[in-house]
Design a protein around this ligand. Structure first.
Ligand code: ADP
Length: 403
């Protein structure tokens, strides 16, 4: 790395998409952001916004065959703005990797052994790790000399005590198949819990925070003095809160029933619980804006979906209050948590005995900044703390390669 290399490219590779951001680590500024979607289809789309030059968003449609073609197209867009992958100012590429198992507790510079280990985890993350691997291999082929760093969604949760991470099933069976609770969204939980401490004017080691990451996927975590002690997602991102399309917690016997009585296949059940459940299964919509609009029009199904979503959230707030013993703050983040004031108000309604309350005026403020929504008198702070997973990945990547 040269002394002038201060840029980090963050790549988030999904099965048919690549999201990217180029950041300048001197001030965390975004130089370019973009997305390639529907990779492998006739109607692939690349949307690129060159923030550094103040240029408009550029969109191109047309077939992009695979991840290699996608990254080449991204590289060409970046080059057009003088921000190409061959620039000496590029210090590293940071990759979001969903599953790091127990081995990866920290961001890790990628070499062949690391790739092998990520590959070894494919059976526990069959949807995500293969796509992440493709992104890494493609980026390495384009810039073999450049440090590439894997930042794992599971890493922040590796501090969970054994009694929180282990399922109460036969130990030999669990260990033979690496079945345990790993948790996800860790980059976000780490970033938001730290920012919440900052908002309270304290060091992360001094505060206990419940983080509610409510996006399309959703998870809660209990963070004690900067370390995760429990989280709602488990072996896979299916466990825990009600999500946009996932059921969250469910009696596992429902799956036997669906197979034995309803005649569904393994794959049918998988699709049902991951893609056709949660808010979308309950009322047909997974966008909270649409659900709120329907509720305002008196739609009963939307109301019930909302109530089920809130009920689950409350149960986790209660559970994590008990786990932490003392809670200093509850922080809402991600698409729903940052934008849906009615969700925040409903989730904390009636919890005054637990020291929680929401100030209606503060809750109604719209802002991209971390902010308190609790009244002055509340014993436990309630806050909205916008997440920034790309910045966190870039910072962790840069810290590693510039050390
Ligand atoms: P992902 O899990 O895909 O990263 P996000 O964190 O971007 O998701 O959250 C997406 C969700 O946020 C949407 O499905 C929608 O329910 C919700 N959302 C976004 N904007 C708003 C808004 N203004 N009001 C209410 N909900 C919103």
């Amino acid at each position: 790395m040269t002394a002038t290399a201060t840029r980090v490219l963050v790549l988030n590779s999904g099965s048919s998409s690549v999201k990217y951001q180029l950041l300048d680590m001197r001030d965390g500024a975004r130089l370019a952001v973009g997305l390639v979607e529907r990779i492998g289809e006739e109607t692939s789309r690349l949307a690129h916004t060159p923030l550094a030059t103040g240029g408009d968003k550029r969109e191109t449609e047309g077939p992009i065959a695979d991840h290699q073609a996608a990254l080449k197209a991204v590289a060409a867009e970046l080059s057009a703005d003088g921000l190409g992958l061959d620039s000496p100012e590029l210090a590293a590429i940071g990759h979001r990797v969903v599953h790091g198992g127990l081995k990866f507790t920290e961001p890790t510079v990628i070499d062949d052994a690391v790739l092998q280990e990520i590959e070894r985890l494919v059976p526990v993350a069959p949807l995500h790790n293969p796509a992440n691997l493709t992104g890494i291999r493609t980026a390495r082929a384009l810039r073999p000399d450049l440090p590439q760093v894997a930042v794992f969604d599971t890493a922040f949760h590796t501090t969970m005590p054994e009694y929180a991470a282990r399922y109460a099933i036969d130990v030999e069976t669990a260990d033979a198949h690496r079945i345990r609770r790993y948790g996800f969204h860790g980059t976000s939980h780490a970033y938001v819990s730290r920012k919440t401490a900052e908002l309270l004017g304290k060091d992360p080691s001094e505060v206990n925070v419940i983080v509610l990451h409510l996006g399309n996927g959703a998870s809660a975590s209990a963070v004690a003095g900067g370390r995760c002690v429990d989280t709602s997602m488990g072996l896979t991102p299916l466990e825990g809160l009600v999500m946009g399309t996932r059921s969250g917690d469910i009696d596992p016997a429902v799956t036997f029933h669906l197979k034995r009585v309803a005649g569904m296949s393994e794959d049918d059940v998988d699709v049902l619980l991951n893609k056709k459940s949660g808010l979308v299964g309950l009322c047909g919509d997974n966008d909270m804006r649409e659900i709120r609009r329907r509720i305002d029009e008196g739609d009963e199904r939307a109301r019930l979906a909302f109530d089920i979503y809130i009920h689950r959230l409350k149960k986790y707030i209660g559970a994590y209050t008990a786990v932490l013993g003392r809670v200093d703050a509850v922080a809402f983040t991600a698409g729903v948590g940052e934008n849906a004031a009615p969700v925040r108000a409903a989730a904390l309604a009636g919890l005054e005995e637990m020291g929680l309350a929401v100030d209606a005026d503060r809750n109604a403020v719209r802002s991209g900044e971390p902010r308190l929504i609790s009244p002055e008198y509340a014993r436990v702070a309630a806050a909205v703390v916008p997440t920034d997973e790309e910045l966190e990945i870039a910072q962790q990547t840069y810290a590693l390669v510039s050390a």
